[in-house]
Ligand binder design. Sequence first.
Ligand code: FBP
Length: 549
Amino acid sequence: MTKSALQIARASYEPKIPEGLRGNVKIEEGASTESVRDQEEIRKLFPNTYGMPIVKFVHAAGKPGVDQPVNVGVILSGGQAPGGHNVIAGIYDGIKRLHADSRLYGFILGPAGLINHEYKELTGDIIDEYRNTGGFDIIGSGRTKLETKEQFDKGLEILKKLNIQALVIIGGDDSNTNACVLAEYYKSIGAGVQVIGCPKTIDGDLKNEQIETSFGFDTACKVYSELIGNIQRDCNSARKYWHFIKVMGRSASHIALECALQTHPNVCIVSEEVEAKNLSLDDVVDYIASVVAKRADEGLNFGTVIIPEGLIEFIPAMKKLIQELNDFLAHNADEFNIIRRSQQREYVIGKLSEANSKIYASLPERVAQQLTLDRDPHGNVQVSMIQTEELLAEMVGKRLKKWAQEGKYNGKFATVHHFFGYEGRCAAPSNYDADYCYSLGYTASLLIVSGKTGYMSSVRNTTASASQWVAGGIPITMMMNMERRHGEMKPVIQKALVDLQGAPFQYIKSVRDKWAIETDYVYPGPIQYFGPSEVCDQPSKTLQLEKQG
Ligand code: FBP
């Protein structure tokens, strides 16, 4: 592998870890726990892993070590997030320190590797190549869902063959839900394999009272914020474009919100607010157009709009339209497929209910086409493929034209579109993510030697300096509730959407009218890996505001 200068310098970075993890440690157990909701149902579904205590690791006298080697398997599940390699390095260093003959095996390309028995041993040389690097390429990742008994049993065959005593699943809410189901199953059959989860996703929606943040969010947001800042400086220099910038985040708007906190755009849409206020697409367009018009009155024909990736599905009326389209096209695929492409739009307009037909007809041609033609293998609309940034720019343009004819707007409106997503998912982890991930991995190794299963590795108090971070484990059942999935009630980890009463959103709400009209852009610049702590080690603004309450 040819390495960049930064990669070479960064390889020797030693992640900062909580003081409690230095030297020897002992475990402290709290009181028994309950799930966030639906306690009776969850207790019944997880008789062996329900109610376990929160645990914490603290410094202890003596030397670290165990009598027997600890063999561990690791899986990277779902979308990439900066810092995954450091979780693995943390696990490796943790089990090696406890016993020099311990071994770490990585399953290839996600959960499928476990089911198909594809793995590789992660030796010290391999681990050293990947320390502090972005990406998941050390073993690859995948989106296969690990959820059936057959898959669990197939996985157990290889775990037994390799004499693996614990499996660490690094993933988002769904993967950790499945980790918990797997932990319960292996315990119920006396398989002798523990399962530990680690909170990953750039989307930032795996967090709760106990888990402060998912790893990768910090770095990804810093990368997007750098780019947004650069665009804002360009935009403030040329003063001729409105930039419509969509940022990743499949459902929650945490990324959009954090980027707004870092860069002060003129507009930041928050899907959760759109849903709570029952806004229509028209309302969102109206809001953006009114900001454009107000700035035009000041002679400012430029600006930035941040749009969360998941917006479309949070607009109640669009949600209904998508549902009807999914149903209609699923039941009438044959008839639809013989309609000429040029006539498909009219055909669909004629078939939908009155309300949905009106909305569908009002959509720009390309978006209407994306809604009916670009469908996934199950026939569903591929919402993430919809170019919301273009859709909104086009609709705002039309609204402004109308206002101009009515004498309500007098400005110039030229747009540029961007989508920032994959650009940030494999960036070299910020110091925060490098430290946080390494600590999460190291903590996972301690949960394993403490005999724990069905726990998520946790590192808390992360707005303080790393030495004051608190490492421990949270029973995954504690984060669960029952939700309807594919028509069936299932136990799942609650997804954390943006809390409209929470400090980050409340802060944005208090300043957004000012940011809309004034040009108060902030230019965060690139992530810094070396230098003064206030530049290199800052946690996300979201975390800082949440901490202040
Ligand atoms: P995870 O929840 O698995 O971490 O993935 C998050 C994400 O990056 C979303 O922000 C985005 O919508 C999605 O993955 C893209 O998925 P894919 O990599 O399959 O294109």
